[in-house]
Design a protein. Sequence first.
Length: 670
Amino acid sequence: MARPYAMLKNLSCPPPLRMQPVPGNIKCYTYWGFTIYRTHYSPGSDKQWEELLDCLNRQMSLALGYFRDQEWEDEVLWQKDMCCAPMNYCKSREEYLGYLKALDDLFYLDTREDPTLDGLDVRGVREVCCRDPPETERGMAGRLARYVLLADKAVFEAMERGEYIIKVAAYDWDDDDYWGWMRIPTGYLLDFWHALMRNGDYPHNILQFDGPEEDLEEYVWPGSVELYNTGKCSELKVEYLQSDPDSETPNVRMATFKHLLSFGLIVSAGAFRIYEADDLNSIDESCASALSADIDCHPQIRSFVSLRYRGSLENVTLTDEICVESCSDSLRSWFNIVAEKCNDDDSYSDTVPMQLGGNIWAGWNETCIKDPMTNKYCNDVIDEFPKLGDDMPREDLCHPCYRRRLAIMQSSQYSIYNEYYKEKLERVYNTCGGSGPTDIPPPLIPEEKEPAFCFKNKWYTTKEGDTCDSISKDKGVSGAMLYMGNQDVIDDCHKIPKGVELCIPTSCKTYYVKPEDTCFSIEMALKIRPRSIRRFNSWIDRDCNKLQGGTDFWGKSICVSPLGDAKTLATIKETWSNQRILSSENAPSVVRTPPPKYAEVAKGTTLHCGRWHVVKESDTCDDLCEDNNVFHRYLLYRANPSLDMKRCEESLVPGTALCVAPISGWDARD
């Protein structure tokens, strides 16, 4: 999700000068926000309308305060994690706050007031938007995601009851995208904006509701645990209640909004749930029951579900209410039961079912550490340190709280402990003495490595002093092909470590390039066709300018014949006389061959092909590559997109024709 700098960067038009502070460049940015339609007009409604607009604007400012309250160290860490260019870093907290102020100043509600719209519902507003799309500003939700806000009669009536909500509606909606509209709290506009940006390709999936459309007049968008939860900084307190099971609309979430004097949070009466059972219909019943169990903790810790550095809460009373043993016991119980009951559930292919609860439990542990000497919370102690970077005084660096805070992060897979914090913990041990683990915990889902594939399984183990040039010369292969097939293990062709396993590419007739050589001089010396050097070495540009520079890096050996053994070359020679010659590049074939008449070409397969293979029941993808001199499976997948990279054998359809030797330039034609 976008942080303030990233949000502002997307609004730049043109990009601001880096030498000038953001406020001075405010005219270089476009507005961002929402178009809002008013479709209710009655005596007294004008005042309500002004109150609603004021509420939306004020609560957006308060929601942006979420970022203002973040630890400066969090922002620095985010910049590093996202690999921002150093020139684009926020150099100071003051500059960071400047970005926030600019975002606040640029927020804009494009109001559409017209008494002729009176009485229009969501569908009516959609028709208006389709006739006159509200897409003038590049940064507005209408242009980015085809969403608008709607204040209809129901919104005004809710205000009279003390409920401050607004309707959001997609105006390019179709029947397959749920209902395409929903009520959201007025303080959740920034969260909704982030949801739109996060789901840019599928914005309609944000408002998922499977019940009847009339129930949406009572249902409220609950946000998402994947968002920043900026709504917690607004001045509205939200209490989600389950409707009476005997009512006509069971299992519909209701919401009551009340103005508070202080900023509020989503709260309950001493317990909360991470998941609701109604949202877990697709998984095993025992697993769903475990996931939707009550957690007996202060509701403030729901914010711990987001992975970040958990600093001081700046409120000892609140921290005391959170850091009770019963909360830790409840989290432990939830975690262990979910781990047991959901162990065999495959609904979580990209994570583990305990992740959100694990995040909260890790946050609780990080928040509740105490200084053994003063009995103060360690986060409060660390918050008083004057510096936290490389210039930390030794006294603070070696403080028990600082060491324990880092160590407890290291002990959990559910913290944000990474290389940044690893360096800090190692520095503590090296400077202050003591020892302990500093390794980064393994990911929740181990990364699956595809088994190494090498054509004909021809491998070479490097020795001291090996280079791409020396290996390719010794093995009779192209230096460029050697590097390109082993990029994941070769960082520098001139400095290959000892003991590295390299896949040796398909051989070809090679030539060792001399400093004075050009493509033309090589072709003349070897008496081969003009432009053959470029055809056999696709990395060489049209003017042959890359010949010397490329071979200086990859090695001086280049191909002066097609890839393949004598059998392959004999096949090429046999078909030379009766086929139109196109090119060979580095493929085994130099001619275009029509597909076999007795077989159907697989869907999407290129027709610019020099050799075809009709799939048999016994075929495997490895066999196809080996039997047809296909150096890497990736070429097979690209030329035949019907093949599934992860389930290649399963996607082979007997009787269909696949291209196993695409000709040069095939991908440019298709």
